[in-house]
Design a protein around this ligand. Sequence first.
Ligand SMILES: Nc1nc2c(ncn2[C@@H]2O[C@H](COP(=O)(O)OP(=O)(O)OP(=O)(O)O)[C@@H](O)[C@H]2O)c(=O)[nH]1
Ligand SMILES: [Mg+2]
Length: 302
Amino acid sequence: MKNKSFKSGFAALVGRTNVGKSTLINNILGSKIVITSEKAQATRNRVNCIYNDNDSQIIFVDIPGFLKPKNLLTEKLNNLIINTIKDSDLILFVIDVSKGIGKGDFYIFEKLKQLSKPVILLLNKIDITSKKNLETEMDKIKDFDFLKDIVCVSALKGTNFDKLLKVIKEYLPEGPAFYPNDILSDRPVRSIAEDIIRERLIFRLEDELPHSIAVEIDKFEEGFTKTKEKIIRISAIIYAQRQAHKSMIVGKNGSFLKETGTMARIELEKFFDCKVYLNLWVKVRENWTKDESALKEFGYDF
Ligand SMILES: Nc1nc2c(ncn2[C@@H]2O[C@H](COP(=O)(O)OP(=O)(O)OP(=O)(O)O)[C@@H](O)[C@H]2O)c(=O)[nH]1
Ligand SMILES: [Mg+2]
């Protein structure tokens, strides 16, 4: 029964790229909902990820990491972050403490200070940080009294999640749940498929290439095989900024694309829990990261 003190609200994950925001969400929810990567700029959308327990519904909002604006795409992603912060009840500011609190983090501190939202600081990746280093880093922020709390976590190992949930609930407003308690995210299936394919591409591509590709689902059809097994037929287009990039994505005799396609199909089958038939195409859309209409088409018009 939901009593009067039921808490519910939106907690946005804010921080630099690669600090572990998406990993934290997946591991709190106990299911892979959003993509993660050891390379920067994995997340490119806003996804509401829904955690339920007896006395709360916490909607963890996954967003991209703050980026140095270098093209229209990164500008739009930064807009998305600011708009999400404005719509949230609470900010979870995540720092990779193993790398040390740096200039980029202080920049975000300053931004958050100006917005009148409660901020909880998460010092992440304590599994690869020494106690001494943690103390040194904590010392750097001892004057940041606008922070409501500081929680040291390991998003990867699940360390201190109980404490984190308790602190989040303290600062969430009272109110009824926003979503039914049997859904994990508000993400449309096409968009999930898009990200799973992009995640495999990020994994396999080097340098700047992962940041300059977009994936668009052309066809997503659910059906049955002759033997009455469920199957999803997906056709997706990978957009590259230049011909040379396209050649790399396709590879010699199409080998790179074929291997990436197989890896993506395996992940898609795991996620959708059925057979998947995946068809990938590669097209060039010259400088799409700087092109307003292309960004709109690819769903990056925030
Ligand atoms: N050792 C360790 N690695 C972690 C931890 N949390 C995340 N990682 C790793 O850090 C990398 C980045 O994680 P993501 O969750 O994709 O980071 P993000 O902040 O969502 O990044 P963007 O979406 O690009 O903004 C991945 O390789 C994770 O496995 C942690 O607690 N400990
Ligand atoms: Mg992410």
